[in-house]
Design a protein around this ligand. Structure first.
Ligand code: COA
Ligand code: ZN
Length: 327
């Protein structure tokens, strides 16, 4: 495995969208805004602030307009939001969105469950959204759910995935996010899929999006990065999940991923201590333990005091050793 050697990676935060959509407690609008404002100073390339979905489908994010309008936008950070249809695109435009993150699933069953449309119906809506975005001069990224497998259909054939990517590429979107919606991806699959899509469409901006449902999240991140992926979605604290994908759990945790990548010498541009502080604020907001590990354990070089009776232990051991040497 090669070291990072200063290679620049771009980190996208999704906690306030993928994370909050899955929380049972409604996070107050002011708290959402304060968190986005704090995250804006920590080095992210992109923050997915909210989604413009139906309030019935995703009640947790029904305040999308207000959040988007009141956040303080830092230069250099792209403030994006998830958009499932034309109505969502209109709301997003009114909210001065920096980029559309349009969404559909490559699994027919998941698309119907999540978006209440067939994939063809979704594609037709999103084609209109893309046209609207072009008129407005707003870039479009496409998040494709279930590209590594569907919790209801099982394996999703690669040929189908490539076909959907080809169709969006033909509409000249800026980028595509490969989403592992319920942590079904495994590292060799990730590497093969990432290499295949990047070779096929080298001009597209590629992002990988992993959930840690089966503990393979960090391994999948590494596999993607080794395959050449430079952009990664992740969620502070490791919260997240699609409410319409059975068995969904949190995204890979930003602080855990950033810690690992920094140890390996990658340049993430991120403030790790700032992330750990923000995670503790997030824990207070969601009112439950977070799945992430680095805030609990600290950085790998975090030093702990030896046991209280360490001096006695050491003295006894040294005395024994002295006796052994001079019996
Ligand atoms: N924002 C706000 N309201 C919306 C909306 C949007 N983007 N799209 C539709 N609506 C409203 C309609 O105006 C309509 O309102 P009404 O009942 O007051 O007339 C109602 O929602 C139903 O509209 P319809 O077009 O029939 O939508 P639907 O019920 O078939 O739902 C989606 C389709 C896509 C809007 C909905 O399934 C959705 O928002 N899904 C998002 C799921 C998600 O975010 N999952 C996690 C991320 S992967
Ligand atoms: Zn997700």
């Amino acid at each position: 495995m090669k070291e990072g050697k200063g290679k620049r990676l771009f980190i996208n935060e999704v906690a306030t969208r993928d994370g909050f959509q899955m929380e049972s407690r409604f996070i107050p609008t002011d708290d959402k805004i304060a968190l986005v404002d704090r995250l804006g100073t920590l080095g992210y390339a992109k923050i997915e602030v909210t989604s413009f979905t139906s309030a019935k489908a995703i009640p947790a994010l029904r305040d999308g307009e207000e959040v988007m309008q009141r956040i303080v936008r830092q230069p250099g950070v792209v403030y994006t939001a998830l958009v499932p249809n034309l109505r969502g695109a209109e709301r997003a435009l009114e909210s001065r969105i920096g980029e559309f993150n349009v969404v559909m699933s490559v699994s027919e069953t998941h698309n119907l469950s999540n978006l209440r449309m067939t994939r063809e119906q979704s594609f037709a809506q999103l084609a209109e959204v893309i046209a609207l975005a072009r008129q407005a001069g707003v870039p479009v990224n496409v998040s494709l759910s279930c590209v590594f497998g569907c919790p209801m259909e099982g394996e999703v054939p690669l040929a189908g995935v490539l076909e959907w990517i080809d169709r969006f590429a033909a509409l000249q979107v800026q980028g595509v996010t490969l989403c592992d919606t319920t942590g079904m991806a495994f590292p060799t699959q990730v590497q093969a899929l990432c290499e295949a899509v990047m070779a096929r469409h080298p001009g597209l901006q590629w992002t990988a999006h992993f959930h840690n449902t089966r503990g393979m999240g960090l391994a999948n991140v590494l596999a993607a990065v080794e395959a050449g992926i430079e952009r990664l979605d992740m969620s502070l604290g490791g919260i997240g999940g699609c409410p319409y994908a059975p068995g969904a759990t949190g995204n890979v945790a930003t602080e855990d991923v950033v810690h690992m990548l920094q140890c390996m010498g990658y340049d993430t541009g991120m403030d790790l201590n700032g992330l750990i502080d923000a995670a503790s604020e997030l824990e207070a907001l969601v009112q439950h333990d977070l799945p992430s590990q680095v805030p609990r354990a600290g950085h790998r070089l975090t030093r702990h005091a030896p046991p209280a009776d360490f001096n006695d232990i050491a003295a006894r051991a040294h005395a024994r050793r002295a006796k052994e040497l001079n019996p």
